[in-house]
Design a protein around this ligand. Structure first.
Ligand SMILES: [Zn+2]
Length: 598
């Protein structure tokens, strides 16, 4: 069902030449690309200069982004005896923790045992230890717990009244990170959700010492220094115009800011984007649609601030014309030969599995995209795929004793000073580039957008079926299940008819564009329905979201306290009404007076 372009795809693979990639990695190895810094600007200008030299049209935007840059932190024991007081701790504050400056926060240390993420998929979970009442009372105290200071955990401890927070990382290194749940630039309303407590992270060994001190009733003092505010950044976007349907575009993107020199996360991705621009420009006359390639600043210290700025300021074009977006983060890392945890939306599964198999001969396994990375477009609604791509095989990571990280192909150098040139491998990058090119060419050139929205509806039907069981006897979700069944049948019929018409008249550009416009409108309903809780054009917080998040209240019903149940029921009825309205809109799109051409 997915059209392939063997000649074009092999021409693209043959054109891969890693000279530009190598030069970019060399240059970026000398740039600490902290957002708002001179090094980040130099990196952005380097990308723009290389694009110009290669003859690729580029626009350089200069957005003001809201950033929080961690400078340093200090942690000391106040009354654990001379020995404890003498021993220093290496600690780092995550971006958007409260900055105390010199005004030390002192408090009783309380240990709340938790656990580490088992894999990429649960990195963003909020551990029960934080959300529940684990470890006893924490109000007014400084919490000590395991994990990466993710926003869900930080927020949960604040709700319980913690005055400060210390997160114990799983290994010897302290990984940089960000703890705000606010996705991109805050609004005057969402700024209220910014973390209010000072937060620091320590190594596993220091964590063990602190656990002992907590059990002995020690008090500690923490200080954090962070620079917060709006800063001008550079955001280059290259554009390779399509020959036939140039308004329609595929957005390919990744961040170029980094922690330290960030070679595996994400200089390799930046090199991939540059090589894609070079190769695709060479094939320009053979692309049906436009490919836009964007390099984001502000990912690490602005919670995806660059891609959010682009979503906010190019919302009209993205809504009307974006066919799909493809995120590139941490490809090309040493030892990353497996494609076991590749993210794609259900409607893109066949496209991605086929593209990876055809490009590198590996059968890939997929997962639902997390509410993470630069997936800042879910509330506009283009289909999306990839984020992290190749990884060190899971078995190999287990054998090496690696713990879960969020990039660098699974290498624990992720977000540490260790993420240097040795983390990259150009042979792996070449394989990843073959995958990116194959996938992009199929999306850019398929006569009809190659996404099976019936698969997306089937995924939602499975989830809603479980919500229906959970809400049985409280709120009737059977009508939603029935709507989804009917919509899936409509999509199947519509697609067959659309393919028949377009195949019968391959030169009818107006017909093809109308068919594709309808598919994009369908995606604008289904992607937000499957991936968002809030309104379109807004940005949900950076906390884990289940599928069809609007109906998640169903899962709360069974365990809700009796007094709370009527409130949850009320919410769920309203959400059911919104979901049904969205599904009616989707069905109406496919039932125009002329079917696929209406
Ligand atoms: Zn990254």
């Amino acid at each position: 069902m997915i059209p392939k372009f063997p000649d074009l795809e092999s021409a693209a693979h043959a054109a891969i030449d890693l000279t530009e990639a190598r030069a970019l990695l060399d240059r970026f190895a000398g740039l600490t690309r902290e957002s708002g810094s001179a090094d980040e600007r130099a990196a952005g200008e380097y990308i723009a200069a290389r694009l110009r030299a290669l003859g690729v049209p580029v626009t350089v935007h200069e957005p003001e982004l809201f950033l929080s840059v961690p400078e340093r932190a200090a942690l000391r024991v106040l009354d654990g005896g001379a020995e404890a007081a003498a021993a220093g701790f290496h600690c780092r504050p995550p971006a958007f923790a409260r900055s105390t400056g010199d005004a030390e926060l002192a408090g009783e240390l309380v240990y709340v045992p938790s656990h580490y993420a088992g894999g990429t998929a649960d990195l963003f979970d909020t551990p029960m230890a934080a959300a529940g009442a684990g470890g006893g009372p924490v109000a007014g105290r400084i919490v000590l717990t395991e994990g990466y200071s993710m926003p869900g955990a930080v927020h949960a401890f604040e709700r319980r009244g913690a005055a400060g927070q210390i997160f114990i990382h799983p290994g010897d290194a302290v990984h940089e990170g960000i703890c705000t749940p606010i996705w991109g630039a805050p609004t005057h309303e969402s700024i209220q959700r910014k973390p209010r407590t000072p937060v620091v992270c320590v190594s596993h060994a220091d964590g063990d010492r602190l656990i002992g001190l907590a059990r002995a009733g020690a008090r500690v003092g923490i200080r954090t220094w962070l620079r917060e505010g709006w800063a001008p950044c550079v955001l280059p976007v290259a554009e390779i115009r399509g020959a036939d349907d140039p308004d329609e575009f595929v957005l390919v993107h990744g961040h170029y800011d980094s922690w330290y020199v960030g070679i595996g996360d994400n200089a390799t991705g930046d090199a991939a984007l540059l090589e894609l621009a070079r190769v695709l420009q060479g094939l320009a006359g053979r692309l049906r649609r436009t490919v836009r390639i964007a390099w984001w600043p502000g990912h690490s210290t602005g919670r995806y601030a660059g891609s959010v700025w682009y979503a906010d300021h190019f919302a009209d074009a993205l809504d009307e014309w974006c066919v799909a977006h493809l995120n590139i983060d941490s490809p090309g890392c040493a030892g990353a030969t497996a494609y076991e945890e590749v993210m794609w939306m259900a409607e893109a599964a066949e496209l991605c599995i086929d593209s990876i198999a055809d490009a590198v001969g590996v059968f890939a396994r997929g997962m639902r995209p997390l509410r993470a990375g630069d997936y800042s477009f879910n509330q506009i609604g283009p289909t999306a795929f990839y984020m992290l791509l190749s990884n060190i095989p899971q078995e190999e990571r287990r054998a090496r004793g690696y713990y879960a990280v969020g990039g660098c192909g699974g290498n624990p150098a992720w977000h540490t000073p260790g993420d240097g040139p040795a983390v990259a491998d150009l042979d792996v990058l070449r394989r990843d580039l073959q995958i990116y090119l194959t996938t992009i060419l199929r999306v850019a050139n398929a006569p009809i957008h190659p996404f099976d929205y019936g698969a997306s509806v089937a995924e939602m039907a499975g989830v809603v079926g479980r919500y229906q069981e959970a809400a049985a006897g409280e709120v009737d979700l059977a009508p939603v299940v029935e709507d989804l069944r009917a919509l899936r049948a409509d999509i199947g019929r519509w697609r067959n008819e659309a393919e028949r018409l377009v195949n019968a008249a391959p030169d009818d550009a107006a017909l093809r564009r109308r068919v594709n416009a309808t598919l994009r409108r369908l995606a604008r309903v289904l992607v937000p329905l499957n991936y968002a809780r809030g309104e379109r054009f807004d940005h949900d917080p950076a906390v884990k979201l289940p599928a069809v998040p609007r109906l998640e209240a169903a899962a709360l019903l069974a365990s809700a306290a009796p007094a709370l149940k009527p409130f949850v029921r009320t919410a769920l009825v309203r959400e059911r009404n919104k979901v049904r309205a969205m599904l009616r809109d989707a069905r109406r799109l496919l039932a125009g007076p002329d079917g696929p051409v209406g």
